[in-house]
Design a protein around this ligand. Structure first.
Ligand SMILES: [Mg+2]
Length: 260
């Protein structure tokens, strides 16, 4: 279930992790806007190859973890095809599209067992219990808070709602506002997502910085609205792209020109 971000082929590193590229630091903003899934929120291994294999076993499927790269690519393609059809709207059916593409990509099996496995994965994705915060999240939020900047969340919420996540992880002390696709009916990179949040915060796009793991949804979406953005490339797989980029949130305060 990791097909919601933009991932690309492996490419040679052009800078070492932790080394600020020529595009950073950005001007210190008034507000730092975070994406949720794969940015602050780490899904459990239920949504990676080992989890799919375990869930499949419960329903009699023998899924092959070695096929994960192809399965993940198939899920990206299925999401792109679905988005092409629906446009940039909130779409809970995407969870099923992703789960089915991955299960089929890992070898699939009888229709009934595939169906039950997909339902189990989708149900697990809907529960905050199956997520954690990455280790670098709270120190980063603390540092930004201490520097006096406001923070907010902007999420293409699928399955788990933003309010549920904020409550589960006690993030409300940090976040001045949160907007999800469930409320706006649109999904990033749609401008409506960004303008709704900036309206709530009372800031102009250029007074904020968007931070997220998806080049298309978070970075391109924000930049198209006039909001600077930083790609959080946790896997280091996007060293080829020429955008402000960090590999952990530990790099974020310095990337925002904060001396902490
Ligand atoms: Mg994300």
């Amino acid at each position: 279930m990791s097909a919601s971000g933009s991932r690309g082929p492996e490419s040679p590193p052009v800078s070492r992790p932790g080394e600020q590229g020529p595009l950073l630091p950005l001007a210190t903003p008034q507000v730092v806007v975070f994406d949720l899934d794969y940015t602050l929120l780490r899904p459990s291994d239920l949504f990676e190859a080992p989890g799919y294999v375990r869930t499949g076993e419960r329903f009699g499927l023998a899924l092959d973890a070695a096929c994960w790269p192809q399965a993940e690519r198939a899920a990206f393609e299925a999401v792109a095809a679905r988005r092409e059809e629906t446009g940039l709207v909130h779409d809970d059916h995407l969870l099923e599209v992703i789960a089915r593409a991955i299960i089929d990509g890992l070898g699939g099996g009888p229709r009934g067992a595939v169906e039950l496995t997909a339902r189990a994965v989708i149900s697990a994705w809907s529960s905050a219990e199956n997520f954690g915060l990455y280790d670098d999240v709270l120190p980063c939020l603390e540092a930004i808070n201490a520097a006096g900047l406001r923070m907010a969340l902007l999420s293409n919420a699928l399955g788990h709602g933003v309010e549920e996540i904020v409550a589960h992880f006690a993030l409300d002390d940090y976040m001045a506002a949160a907007v999800s696709s469930l409320e706006t009916g649109a999904v990033k990179p749609a401008p409506r997502m960004f303008s709704t949040l900036f309206g709530l915060l009372g800031v102009a796009p250029e007074e904020a910085v968007m931070v997220g793991d998806s080049l298309e949804e978070d970075v391109d979406g924000a930049v198209a609205c006039g909001c600077p953005a930083i790609l959080l490339d946790r896997s280091g797989r996007r060293r080829d792209v020429v955008v402000p980029r960090i590999e952990t949130l530990a790099e974020l305060p310095a990337a925002l020109g904060l001396h902490v």
